[in-house]
Design a protein around this ligand. Structure first.
Ligand code: BT5
Length: 271
């Protein structure tokens, strides 16, 4: 890969416009998983990792999605990063991080391309192409609660397909696309990264001041209405997804009309 196409410190730091997010920046040409790298650094020495630390890579050998799924992208074709926060928020706000990152990604892509971005519960970023929803990217939020039940530290990982050609797309559970494939034009990842971090910092600060991202997030969500099968407390729940509450939990109505509330960790959607 050309030097200037890589997301090195020298390429990115001079362009950052944030106050704190990404100011502590680590670029790895290849790594296992940026979420794992950050989590390991925090586990080794929690005080050494500053909030706002960002780890970016061009290629992951063990990129992860939720529920043990794989995240795959050929080298240099995607934006893959993990961000570290110490929110000290009540535990029920954990899903706010997914909302904030999804909103920041959607705003950024829309500002830089002609695409209209929507979000799919719980953690997918994408858009409709010819009436079919395609996945552009995904979020992996991994948090730890303190003894007082507050969200002490959290790693927010994001993978976005940027300049992947149709031939390079991995197989997905849902159709997969990239910014290049959907818009017909390549986008410089460095520009995307710098603009994303600025929006993420701003969304985060709004939430840290107590304002819920729920309304903005909900207005970008694609209509639920899909069939869902979930296991909660050992009980299988099958029904229709009828909505999402302000904590990001999915509301499912079963055949008998009973409503169930499930967190992202419990549910795998039937596509
Ligand atoms: C996600 O999981 O969508 C979260 C992906 C987060 C990836 C980032 S990259 C930086 C950081 N470090 C990591 O190790 N992870 C994060 P999930 O909703 O479980 O979706 C996973 C599914 O998406 C897979 O089972 C595939 O079907 C599909 N998939 C894999 N690679 C993809 C890609 N590049 N684009 C679209 N879909 C993909």
């Amino acid at each position: 890969m050309d030097e200037d196409k890589m997301l090195t410190q020298t390429a990115v730091l001079p362009h950052l416009t944030t106050d704190w997010l990404g100011r502590n920046y680590c670029y790895l040409e290849t790594t296992t998983s940026t979420n794992d790298v950050l989590k390991q650094a925090v586990a080794e020495d929690p005080q050494r990792v500053l909030p706002g630390t960002v780890v970016v890579t061009d290629f992951q050998t063990q990129g992860r999605g939720r529920l043990g799924r794989r995240w795959e992208a050929p080298s240099g074709t995607a934006l893959m990063l993990s961000m570290f926060f110490r929110p000290d928020w009540p535990a029920e706000r954990t899903l706010w991080l997914t909302m904030l990152a999804g909103l920041a990604a959607a705003d950024t892509i829309e500002a830089l391309t002609p695409l209209s971005i929507t979000l799919k519960w719980p953690n997918d970023i994408g858009l409709e192409l010819d009436g079919v929803w395609h996945k552009l990217g995904g979020l992996l939020v991994e948090g730890e609660l303190a003894e007082n039940g507050r969200l002490q530290q959290v790693v927010v990982g994001m993978g976005l397909n940027v300049n992947m050609t149709p031939a390079q797309m991995p197989e997905g559970i849902v159709p997969v696309t990239s910014i290049l494939a959907a818009s017909g034009a390549p986008l410089e990842r460095q520009t995307l990264l710098v603009a994303f971090l600025a929006r993420m910092e701003s969304w985060y600060e709004t939430a840290a001041a107590g304002k819920s991202p729920y309304a903005a997030w909900q207005s970008r969500l694609i209509t639920p209405g899909r069939q869902v099968r979930a296991v909660q407390a050992g009980e299988v729940v099958v029904g229709t997804a009828v909505g999402v509450d302000e904590w990001g939990q999915l509301l499912i109505q079963d055949k008998s009309g009973r409503k169930h509330t499930l967190s992202a960790g419990d549910v795998s959607l039937r596509e």
